[in-house]
Write a protein that binds this ligand. Sequence first.
Ligand SMILES: [Mg+2]
Length: 236
Amino acid sequence: MQQDKQHPWVILFDIDGTLLTVDSKYNRSHLRRILDELDIDYPDMETDSFSGRTDHDIFTSFLVNHDFDEELYQQFKTRYLHYLQNVLLAKTERVQRHDHIDEALEYFFEGDFICGLLTGNYPQAAHIKLKAADIDRDFSFGAFGEFEKDRNKLPGLALQEVEKHFEFSPDPSRFLILGDTPRDIKCAKNSGMRCVAVTTGKYDREELEEHGPNLVIDNLAQPEKWFNEINKNGKA
Ligand SMILES: [Mg+2]
């Protein structure tokens, strides 16, 4: 498709650590319960880092001692989604909505931007967590970690989604990923997208800067200010 002008910026929001945080002790106690109910032998669950990983990656890794049994994986997935829908959604105090996210959501949703999700969550998990945090924005599309182990594949899914939903060929350099982990930065760089990294997850400024994002911010306040910095900085 021929383009004579640049398309609107596409803003890709990560969820966990960026917009909200689910109480990890509480969450892991339920993951442990499900592992035990299904007799899954995975002693390292309490110590693994889940930051920036896809649900597909995290939950298949639990099956290392079970030949990655697909049926068992599907059973785990069903019980996990049941827990989110029926337990977490009734315990919304376990989901912390981050400060200042409304400023950013309002700025990007009200302006000439396309807003999507780029998250390791299953789609249903993403929607339940957003609902639990009372974030009811209508994202245009999502690139989710349902079938991909590797987060680096998610930007490609986002490009496909944009191509499907909009009348233009997407230019990755007009995509901005907002995330909280080195994996968000890496997947943006691999795909020629920009990345603003926020320190509201498990990583501090120094750790994030090591991976070379376009910008590191402490929270999503004053979006116009930091977005303009990205927009004027021509280098991807
Ligand atoms: Mg995250």
